[in-house]
Design a protein around this ligand. Structure first.
Ligand code: MN
Length: 294
């Protein structure tokens, strides 16, 4: 099932090029703040599922092109990210801090935007802002200390995810947490529609140029182990999101460009890149020159 958020907080089920509004069925108040309705939809999905399927089948529905899609989970409890999780990206970064050695970090939840938003490039002279093409994994059930064998039972679904980054040596959290630095969308595809989490193709383009292309089979820490490792430290909650890591090909994005991500079987979204007028600070005063390893 494809679960979307649209038109200022409404919940929808997508079938082909149509979307059915299931906001009421899910008992979600679109105006609710904070917008945690999608977390309850995920937590209660087992009891909602049949009703949602029936609604999607029997309509009414409207063309997807008539609505504005929004990021599916705007207010997760956690946005977890695994660094350096593909060997070819480790090589280009000349990094030895592989995900299985370094572990995960957190990004600010407030960096999340959706498929109809723009990526705002902060005005930081001397710094490059890079795209990272990733698969977003969304947790479905509260869990702690799950084994890799049990991990996928706790996954709700997947989405396209971009992990935008100020290149440098400072704290990852700060470099990756600017507003708009984590586009996630265009909707969630539930896990039952993904045949093999270790065989998902993903691609990222800047304008028409293909910059990144990889398959999840090449992950250093695979998806079951990412869930397991995170849950060894923290209780994972429905709607928690894991940015699973980026392959080689990270590079600069600049205002005026369009960045497009496509994850096989999941979806595709394009976001314009625009110039922000702020964002500089003492931490990023010193210029940093990105030198690609290979
Ligand atoms: Mn990343």
């Amino acid at each position: 099932m494809k679960i979307a958020r649209f038109n200022s907080g409404r919940i929808g089920v997508i079938t082909g090029d149509q979307i059915t509004d299931v906001t009421k069925l899910c008992n979600v108040d679109p105006a609710e703040w904070p917008p945690v309705g999608p977390l309850r939809v995920i937590a209660e999905f087992e009891t909602l599922k049949e009703k949602l399927e029936a609604a999607a089948k029997n309509g009414p529905s409207v063309p997807l092109s008539d609505v504005t899609l929004e990021t599916p989970v705007p207010w997760p409890n956690k946005l977890i990210a695994y660094p350096v999780n593909y060997h070819d990206h480790a090589a280009e970064m000349t990094s030895t801090g592989l995900a299985n050695i370094q572990g995960f970090f957190l990004k600010a939840n407030s960096s999340i935007v959706g498929p109809s938003d723009a990526v705002v490039i902060p005005n930081i002279p001397g710094r490059e802002i890079h795209h990272e093409c990733e698969i977003g994994l969304i947790i479905g059930k509260e869990c702690r200390n799950v084994s890799p064998e049990e991990a996928l039972d706790h996954v709700f679904g997947f989405a396209c995810l971009m992990d935008m980054t100020v290149r440098g040596k400072e704290e990852r959290v700060m470099r990756k947490s600017y507003d708009t630095f984590t586009p996630i969308g265009p909707y969630i595809v539930t896990a039952d529609e993904v045949a093999d989490v270790a065989d998902i193709e993903m691609k990222l383009w800047v304008d028409d140029e293909l910059r990144q292309h990889a398959n999840s089979r090449d992950l250093i820490v695979d998806m079951p182990n990412m869930v397991s490792i995170a849950s060894s430290a923290m209780t994972l909650y429905p709607g928690d999101i894991i940015a699973t890591g980026t392959p080689a090909g990270v590079d600069q994005i600049k205002p005026g460009e369009t960045v497009t991500i496509e994850v096989e079987g999941i979806g595709r979204m394009s976001l314009p890149v625009v110039a922000g007028d702020s964002g500089a600070n003492v931490v990023f005063d010193k210029p940093y020159e990105f030198k690609r390893g290979v």
